[in-house]
Design a protein around this ligand. Structure first.
Ligand SMILES: [Zn+2]
Length: 411
């Protein structure tokens, strides 16, 4: 049989193909070591004799043409004349005692990322226990490598901007905190919990993030985060995340909307309730139909119209302030606009807006938001849905680091 091309395709230098067979749906490839002899593992000497072949090792290799591929490697017995030691031929492409080539094992983790072990096992026709063992081993080294790379990048970044945000493990039960490098686009670490004492405790045990010198840190309005960051990075600008802040304003708008609804005739009430979300949308992103509805709704109530305009003015302030000093002036005007609206929801919201005035205006120093962070949080949510079972904290963390830094993976 002509095996030249199979050798070429197999591309494992130490092996030479002697036969290829199709056995049911699988491809069986009989191979031999290219070399005649192998040096003694004890003395490295080459005074070695072959003593026949004990058996054939059947080893799974990368699939080809949609078929599983098995290599049949002879377990060649050898003896060293120097030290009188018997040994078996060691193949470089497969670890001793393993039933999968190193190339095959290295191809498995990619199948699990974005999916599950069970799915990868089915896809590759490999026992789930094998996939799991290989994956966990890989995860251990790869997550350390990925985190090291991210850390290095963050350390060397000029004008580093961090993002801090929480994500639920089980909604309403436990929360974790993610640290993100917003400029580098990476996920740096997970802190268990989100309370100040939890954050401090983590920093005590993991001081590695102290060396970072962020120019700014973006976060929501949780005082725990602000206090922690003030302690950890006293010179960093703290920026209130635009989308978290904006939510306070749209929530006030919706409270007003609910109040207005109560005083409407039933048809108008239902219509407003049904389409309440479009009030929260940016006016410049409304469709023609939505635009008409909004105009109609705003005629129902003077207060609703005022709040809506105030909400839109905030978006304009975010988008169009030309500099930080102009933004500060614009913010004062926007607060005044709010003062004119006599409604408890707006007045409550204004209290928050005044308390966080500095952090909100800081957005106009460095225009970063946690939008990318939200995307990763959704990814984590999907991951948790797939893995409702596993709660091994070490694996959990490694897995998230890998899934959220997918472009850094070496497989
Ligand atoms: Zn020897």
């Amino acid at each position: 049989m002509h095996t030249h091309f199979t050798n070429f395709l197999l591309n494992i230098k130490e092996l030479s193909v002697s036969e290829v067979q199709k056995v049911e749906a699988d491809v069986w490839i009989q191979v031999q070591p290219t070399d005649r002899l192998q040096a003694c593992p004890q003395c490295q000497g080459t005074e070695v004799i072959r003593k026949g072949c004990a058996y054939q090792r059947k080893v799974r290799h990368l699939s080809a043409f949609g078929c599983r591929v098995f290599l049949f490697l002879p377990a060649i017995r050898l003896m060293c004349k120097q030290c009188d030691v018997s040994f078996v031929w060691q193949y470089g492409c497969v670890a001793p005692g393993r039933r999968y080539t190193k190339q095959f094992e290295a191809s498995l983790p990619r199948q699990v990322i974005g999916a599950t072990v069970t799915h990868a096992a089915k896809q590759t026709q490999t026992p789930a226990t094998t996939v799991e063992r290989v994956f966990k081993q890989w995860m251990e080294t790869e997550s350390a490598h990925v985190q090291g790379t991210c850390q290095e990048q963050a350390l060397n970044s000029s004008q580093l901007v961090l993002g801090i945000d929480d994500f639920a493990i089980r909604k309403g039960h436990t929360y974790n905190t993610g640290i993100h490098d917003l400029r580098g686009g990476t996920f740096l670490d997970i802190i268990p919990g989100r309370r100040l004492d939890e954050l401090r405790a983590y920093d005590q045990v993991n001081p590695k993030w102290r060396d970072l010198q962020p120019a700014a840190v973006v976060m929501d309005l949780a005082t725990g985060y602000h206090t922690f960051i003030k302690e950890l990075y006293p010179s960093a600008i703290r920026i209130a995340d635009r989308f978290h802040v904006n939510r306070y304003v749209t929530e006030a708008l919706q409270v007003v909307r609910k109040r207005v609804e109560k005083e409407l005739a039933s048809r108008a009430r239902h219509q407003l309730k049904q389409h309440h979300r479009i009030l929260g949308k940016r006016a410049d992103q409304l469709s023609e139909k939505e635009n008409k509805l909004v105009s109609q709704f705003l005629q129902y109530s003077e207060v609703l119209r005022k709040v809506y305009e105030w909400k839109e003015a905030f978006i304009t302030w975010y988008d169009c302030s030309a500099s930080h000093s102009l933004a500060e002036k614009g913010y004062a005007r926007w607060l005044e606009q709010g003062e004119q609206i006599e409604h408890f929801a707006v007045q409550n919201c204004l209290k928050t807006m005044k308390n966080w005035r500095k952090e909100i205006c800081n957005y106009h120093h460095l225009r970063f938001t946690n939008a990318a962070v939200e995307g990763r949080n959704n990814k984590i949510k999907a991951l948790q849905r797939r893995h409702y079972f596993t709660r091994n904290p070490k694996h959990y963390k490694q897995r998230i680091l890998l899934e959220c830094n997918e472009e850094l993976l070496r497989c």
